[in-house]
Design a binder for this molecule. Structure first.
Ligand code: PLP
Length: 229
């Protein structure tokens, strides 16, 4: 087996095991292959091996790949989005996982309306309250979501988080647990025009723990494609 195929098999096995530990079926866990710095030929191989969700951090880099990689695929934006890239982003991506401000939501509304598209978004929560990371404070999430839900060309589909990096994934567990609490609380509120379907959290180093704590969408780069250069 080639490395990519082996890596994918390892990731999938871990997803199956972690889903079982959280009492869920592995089909409930969505795998986003994170393709930053990965060339289109390699991405194509992953798609041919069954990957359907691809995550990119940068609009420009995605632009070069979206038309090249063929298959039954969806591209998700997972990195911070600058306002001057929104017009391109609403065309390229089927989901923006990194909605992190009201002014960005308003720009997405404007650009999505222009092309008659309803843009699926996840609200990024800065769960570790890190200065270096974008995202909404957990305490402001409900208020923010209520405001965004008024915008007709955005559809909130859940939450995303990038908790602090820790060598030992057990140290990330409390952040994942807190995220799941927020996710479940908002789901219970049944806000109008808000669907709490996806809880996107967990990367190569910590996705098993994330799934144990309720994640249903993991974003994995290194674990699939190897170390980035
Ligand atoms: C790079 C990246 C990932 C994947 O990270 P790995 O550790 O390589 O799995 C996931 N989410 C975001 C937002 C990223 O920028």
């Amino acid at each position: 087996m080639e490395t990519l195929e082996k890596n994918l098999a390892v990731v999938k096995t871990k997803i199956v095991e972690a889903a079982a530990r959280s009492g869920r079926s592995p089909e409930e866990i969505h795998l986003v292959a994170v393709t930053k710095t990965v060339p289109p030929e390699t991405i194509q191989k992953a798609v041919d091996l069954g990957i359907t969700l691809l995550g990119e951090n940068r609009v420009q880099e995605a632009g070069k790949k979206v038309d090249t990689v063929k298959g039954n695929i969806e591209w998700h934006l997972i990195g911070h989005l600058q306002k001057n890239k929104v017009k391109a982003a609403v065309r390229l991506f089927s989901m923006i996982q990194s909605l992190d401000s009201l002014s960005l939501a308003e720009e997405i509304e404007k650009r999505a309306a222009e092309i008659f598209k309803v843009m699926d978004v996840l609200v990024q929560i800065n769960i570790g309250r890190e200065e270096t990371k974008s995202g909404i404070d957990a305490g402001d999430a409900v208020d923010f979501i209520k405001k965004v839900s008024q915008l007709p060309h955005l559809r909130i589909k859940g939450l995303m988080a990038i908790p602090p990096f820790k060598e030992d994934p057990e140290e990330v567990r409390p952040y994942f647990r807190k995220m799941n609490e927020i996710f479940q609380d908002i789901k219970t509120m049944q806000l109008k025009n808000v669907e709490m379907i996806f809880l996107s959290m967990g990367m190569t180093n910590d996705f098993s723990v994330a799934i144990e704590e309720g994640s249903n969408m993991v974003r994995i780069g290194t674990g699939i494609f190897g170390k980035r250069k």
